[in-house]
Design a protein around this ligand. Sequence first.
Ligand code: NAP
Length: 340
Amino acid sequence: MQTNHQWLIAGRPEGLVKESDFKWRESPIPSPGEGEVLVRSVYLSLDPTNRVWMNEAESYLPALAIGDVMRGLVIGVVEESRHPGFERGDLVQGLLGWQQYSASPGGALNKLPKGLPVPMTAFMGLLGHIGLTAYFGLLDICQPKAGETLVVSTAAGAVGSLVGQIGKINGCRVVGLTGSDEKCAWIKELGFDAAINYKSGNVSESLQQHCPGGIDVYFDNVGGDILEAVLNLINLRARISVCGMISQYNADQPAPGPRNLANLISKRARMEGFLCTDYSNRAEEAFTAMIGWLMQGKLKYRVDVVEGLENAPAALKKLFDGSNNGKLVVQVGPEEGAAS
Ligand SMILES: NC(=O)c1ccc[n+]([C@@H]2O[C@H](COP(=O)([O-])OP(=O)(O)OC[C@H]3O[C@@H](n4cnc5c(N)ncnc54)[C@H](OP(=O)(O)O)[C@@H]3O)[C@@H](O)[C@H]2O)c1
């Protein structure tokens, strides 16, 4: 009997996620029922929102129960299909969870295109939810104009690094905040005009220094103190894209809000949250533009691949200590088997 390996939720995390919040289980490989597809996982996406999904409270998706397979976005290869839309060898993507094999309704899967000149992992980043987030979270929510000053937090991460580059392509002056000198050097290589290590200095002073004309657009991935520092420097009719609040995902108590929200009134500024899934029906628009920029050398990205499903719980912590370098994925199994 071939074995499936899975990570289940063993408990609700308190503060930073721990490996003991998960339980490793061996079970038989499932058989697909009528209308289902058996998928072998190749890559598992690790995302800051995974920590939010482990909470008892419902967020934008239903809460998971203790004992459930941990939710996660997967790219995999179809091994067996009982759905007319899929055949063996197809490459698919879906919320298939932290497991090696899954039997999924065909309607819950996206078939990935074949023959594109990008590695498979690009569909977890640039040509996946990360790309949608960066592209529409900046261009649709904030409508940046050439010459404006754009500030981006988690600027060396999967989303933030794309946001800064898309800002440069659109003629903005781009200032990035990130947590190490190495990451600051990398975003300068990408073309950011200035890089601030928020762990090694006074963020408010650094922002003042690098944004002498104020801030027109802020792409917020962190919330908290950095958001408050930015709000003190916003210009008239500034736009703030509320993409994520990673500084608060491990908080056991609700974090205090920024003390200066009233600046939004005097500056007639706008803050707007969004989910990348809001833009699923416009994915082609974003991906066409981004493949073009990639081919022209205007867009670069990094992928941080951790080998082995057994290492997923330990790897998730990298997103919170900042040790991931680019889009964090776990390689669950070999790429072979996907029809090209
Ligand atoms: N709205 C949506 O639909 C959507 C979709 C995808 C992602 N997001 C959000 O986008 C943000 C970035 O996600 P990602 O997938 O691109 O991850 P990422 O930036 O590749 O990795 C997370 C990074 O966050 C930084 N970080 C961790 N704790 C922090 C803290 N307390 N304060 C400041 N920075 C901290 C670390 O970088 P440093 O070394 O720079 O500290 C870490 O490398 C997250 O907030 C995520 O929830 C939103």
